[in-house]
Ligand binder design. Structure first.
Ligand code: 9WN
Length: 418
């Protein structure tokens, strides 16, 4: 194999479409929200200007209400389903109608910290402060109507962990009647045994049609959704995004943005406590429609270390990862091996995702858990040496799974090597 750094850069360049980057050719031919934020961090290692452009393109497609969509369909491509004709969100440049984890605040601060051209960075960062702030505000207005300090996702695709075991219970309440006939494309690019099931796709589609019938009106969608889940990982990313945006805004003189985001971050960290499970040694998802914690120990409750959680919580999470590591060759599996539903090869039900490893390693390092952070970085680099820049990997044997030549995998490898 060529030098991993050179290889990672070549993957990012291969998937670069000029002003945005596709996650991988074929399987995902458009721009995805959280992928783009990680991509920008990767690009900042070799092309600062291009890194800022990646973020700017994403925010150029922000909705008027503040939402930043999970997919931007810049070009026509039948290779992906569901495409813009299914979403029908009525935007000039077509987009999906749901969002994804709010990595942007974290990415912005990281880009600014890495920048060599500080004058350019300050100018471009300043222009992004307000849009990112508006997105955070949208979350706390539209997805936290009870002002609890935690937001709900209303579709599994929003979490970015599409078929996680976390959703099995609440997802069972989503009907499948009346969905339009459809043909999946993902299973033509990747092994169907490593992707979500047809039953899950039926429910994904039912929710899309339901929201579409409500005209994608975010004043209505949360309450009208039969699926409302408070995911600790999703919230932790948002909380970290608020904290980072607050710091950077303060540094750049945007004091109102700094204050509002500091408040959201503080309230969010406090509210996360209600999701802690002593039994599992990690956070769990909350089903907002029933008010109960979901008994499912996934990576969602581990990547919560990216928020500034108390050190004793980070220490407990480290012990939980260590216990999983005794039974897997590579860390961190996306679901606990204690759970009979664990599946080493099926997407978010067991495989290792390097982008999640990155968030966990960053969080653990900040909490002083250096040894585990380093173990995660080592394991990640072993995976790319053995199996290349895959979308995800079997934690037991390291088999590469899903798409190949994968953008965000390459992006975080540049961070691991830095
Ligand atoms: C649906 C692009 C995206 C990631 C998600 C991942 C997968 C899409 C899909 O690919 O989701 O958004 O069609 O499977 O689950 O996290 O952003 O890489």
């Amino acid at each position: 194999m060529t030098d991993p750094r050179d290889h990672a850069i070549s993957v990012l360049k291969e998937n670069d479409r000029g002003t945005y980057t596709v996650p991988t050719k074929g399987l995902y031919p458009f721009q995805w929200n959280w992928d783009s934020c990680f991509t920008a961090i990767g690009q900042a290692h070799f092309d600062e200007d291009r890194a800022w452009t990646e973020m700017e393109t994403l925010f150029a497609h922000q909705w008027d209400d503040g939402m930043v969509p999970h997919i931007i369909f810049h070009v026509h491509d039948d290779g992906y389903f569901p495409g813009p004709d299914v979403w029908q969100t009525g935007r000039a440049v077509r987009t999906s109608g749901i969002t994804q984890p709010a990595v942007a605040g974290f990415a912005l601060k990281r880009l600014f910290a890495m920048s060599k051209d500080k004058a350019m960075a300050a100018r471009r960062a300043r222009a992004l402060l307000e849009p990112i702030h508006r997105w955070h505000q949208w979350f706390y207005t539209c997805r936290d109507p009870g002002a609890e300090g935690l937001v709900a996702i209303i579709h599994p695709w929003e979490a970015g962990r599409d078929n996680s075991i976390d959703w099995d219970e609440p997802f069972a309440r989503v009907p499948t009647d009346g969905i339009d006939p459809y043909v999946r494309r993902d299973t033509q690019h990747a092994d169907p045994a490593h992707r979500p099931t047809k039953e899950q796709y039926d429910r994904y589609l039912w929710l899309v049609q339901h929201f579409r019938a409500l005209g994608w009106d975010n004043n209505k969608l949360h309450d009208a959704s039969p699926f409302q889940v408070v995911d600790p990982g999703f919230n932790a990313i948002l909380i970290r995004g608020c904290a980072d945006l607050s710091e950077l805004a303060g540094e750049l003189g945007a004091h109102q943005i700094a204050a509002a985001n500091r408040d959201w971050a503080q309230k969010g960290v406090g509210a996360l406590e209600a999701l802690w499970s002593e039994k599992h040694g990690q956070y769990l998802c909350l089903d907002r429609t029933t008010g109960t914690l979901i008994d499912s120990a996934s990576i969602g409750g581990i990547m919560a270390v990216i928020a500034n959680i108390p050190a004793y919580r980070a220490a407990a999470i480290t012990r939980t990862i260590a216990s999983e590591a005794e039974r897997t060759r590579y860390v961190v599996p996306s679901h606990s091996l204690d759970d009979p539903r664990f599946d080493a090869k099926r997407y978010w039900r067991g495989p290792v995702w390097l982008v999640v490893n990155y968030l966990i390693a960053v969080g653990l390092k900040a909490a002083g858990e250096d040894a585990m952070a380093e173990k995660i970085v080592r394991s990640s680099l072993e995976l790319i040496e053995k199996s290349g820049f895959a979308e995800y990997y079997d934690p037991l044997d390291g088999e590469p799974l899903g798409g190949r030549t994968f953008t965000w995998t390459a992006a975080v490898v540049l961070e691991f090597l830095a």
